[in-house]
Design a protein around this ligand. Sequence first.
Ligand code: ASP
Length: 343
Amino acid sequence: MTEQKPNILLIYTGGTIGMIRDFETGALKAFDFKNLLEKIPELQLLDCNIDTVSFKEPIDSSNMNPDYWVQIAEIIEDNYNAFDGFVILHGSDTMSYTASALSFMLENLAKPVIFTGSQLPIGDLRTDAKENLITSIQIASKQEQGKPIIKEVCLYFEYKLYRGNRTTKINAEHFQAFASLNYPDLAESGVHLKINNEYLYRPNLEKALVVRKNLDSNIAIIKLFPGISPEVFQSIFSIQNLKAVIIETYGAGNCTTETWFINMITETINKGIHIINITQCSGGSVIMGHYETSSALKKAGVISGNDITTEAAVAKTMYLLGQNISGKSFKTMYETSLRGEIT
Ligand code: ASP
């Protein structure tokens, strides 16, 4: 019996990767993904069947929002049975947010969804786009006994595969634009493609895919800085319909112990607004109660974001708010790893 080649769906949402330079004028213009195989003949050497679909109007990812997240989720939902893997071409600026959001929206995902993009357009001589695209497709095609090896939302960039909801864009210039500081790389591409099996997410394969499309964006983020005034908190906490606030605190989850601050936090939680403590450090975790400067937050009922990234915290907050769960379960679920986003 001949083995069937995996079917991969390439979804183009926008970003630099889809730009091509007009050799005469030097101007960048959008690339027609329908002709992808003609423009990048190398793709024909891959051991898979590739189909492409594109946003009608591709966007710079700085314009990304939850409606577009739903669009991407629906493309995957509509094509879930027909394809073995999905590669999403996306601008790098907000790629970690979208990858995080999709990780929560695609419950019981059992196939690879690989986000990638590039720092230079696909048509540039020194482009990083071809390697990122080709290896992402190869990773999405990897199978064992006819079943995908990767069963989660990932981000591939510059020779590394990361768990999507663990990534952050760390550099606007280097080809190595992303990092996953609190979780090991899932794979590394060198002469061989080395998959770190022990770190891969293992979903419950008995359950069918459920696509969660209800996201509530009535949230805010406050980054602490020495000297931040009560007025800043006051104005944010009094936003109409506000449901949750993510506070980026210092180090292991520390903040000022001034009375006005603790009182304001306690009152806000008593009003039913969720407050989530995440660290503004790129690596490491919130440990509330470790220092005196975070004990009061713990007592007030602040939720610990553990070692979650800001991007995943935004996505998880919108997702959990959209599930309409009670205050107590919200805290419990927030502090539980739902898609491998916290340790
Ligand atoms: N501004 C672009 C975007 O995020 C940068 C990129 O494509 O990497 O869409």
